[in-house]
Design a protein around this ligand. Structure first.
Ligand code: UDP
Length: 254
């Protein structure tokens, strides 16, 4: 069978043309990068776990009425999603100070924020994804005021829901990054959640010990990276039954 046409290769995923028009296959790699590609590595089994974790969270968000691009998981490393026009913004929601916020504003990591905060970053690797304001976003036409309203509302609903899901399994949702896309149906457009939701783009701390269960283990060389991703999947009740063995093997592409 012919190999599918590759549309794009990113740092953690490869996108292939889907089986029907308007669909895309997301293939989850084990590759990990940090600092905009400055640090590179492999987290064995990450692709399999992120595929499962993101499927689980996207489905649960769909259940509460949040529109997402997710259609269905195809196999261990692939999921079928709707093709959307990606809005070139990273939408970060924060509940607890960490990472760049802690560094930039001198707020000790772990400080609970007075309320959830939304930040926007312009998706552009050569510029290092700079933080931008709503003024920049509307002035340069990356999104309009209505799009921003929709994204902020969806981001906050997602935050409230995910905080509940994670605290239910003993994990604090510190912060996370979302991406949104425009889905067109004839003349109608709606904004839907796209990309993935996984320990690659969330900060997840054990609620009792504050142990990091996310990509910071890789970014900061803390060790036990694979174990952290597995622990998140295990607590969510979705650790692939095949176990570790199956996570390492190459996937046969159609
Ligand atoms: N994040 C991401 N991709 C990026 C930058 C950040 O997924 O290119 C996520 C990151 O995992 C964290 C949140 O967004 O959950 C906030 O990241 P922060 O701005 O603190 O940046 P960092 O410290 O990761 O550079």
């Amino acid at each position: 069978m012919a190999r599918r046409r590759q549309l794009y290769e990113g740092k953690a995923k490869i996108l292939f043309e889907g089986p029907e028009p308007g669909t895309i296959v997301q293939y989850f790699k084990d590759d990990a990068t940090a600092g905009n590609g400055a640090k590179k590595g492999i987290i064995t089994g990450k692709g399999v776990l992120n595929n499962r974790i993101s499927e689980h969270l996207m489905l649960r968000l769909h259940d509460i009425g949040i529109p997402t691009h997710f259609i269905r998981r195809l196999n261990m490393r692939e999921q079928l999603v709707r093709e959307v026009e990606i809005i070139p913004l990273e939408v970060v929601v924060r509940n607890i100070a960490a990472g760049s916020l802690a560094k930039r504003l001198g707020i000790p990591e772990g400080t609970r924020l007075p309320r959830s905060i939304i930040e926007y970053y312009y998706k552009n690797d050569s510029l290092n994804d700079p933080m931008v304001s709503e003024e920049h976003i509307t002035a340069f036409g990356w999104a309009n005021v209505q799009d921003l309203d929709d994204m902020a509302a969806l981001a906050l609903r997602t935050n409230d829901f995910l905080m509940g899901v994670f605290i239910g399994v003993g994990i604090q949702l510190v912060d996370f990054k979302l991406e949104f896309g425009r889905q067109w149906e004839n003349e109608d457009m709606r904004i839907v959640l796209a990309d993935e939701i996984s320990p690659d783009n969330c900060r997840l701390w054990d609620a009792k010990t504050s142990e990091k269960l996310d990509k910071d283990r890789f970014r900061r060389d803390l060790g036990k990276v694979e174990e952290a991703y597995q622990e998140v999947a295990r607590r969510l009740g979705i650790l692939p039954e095949a176990g570790n063995g199956d996570m390492k093997g190459p996937e046969v592409m159609q």
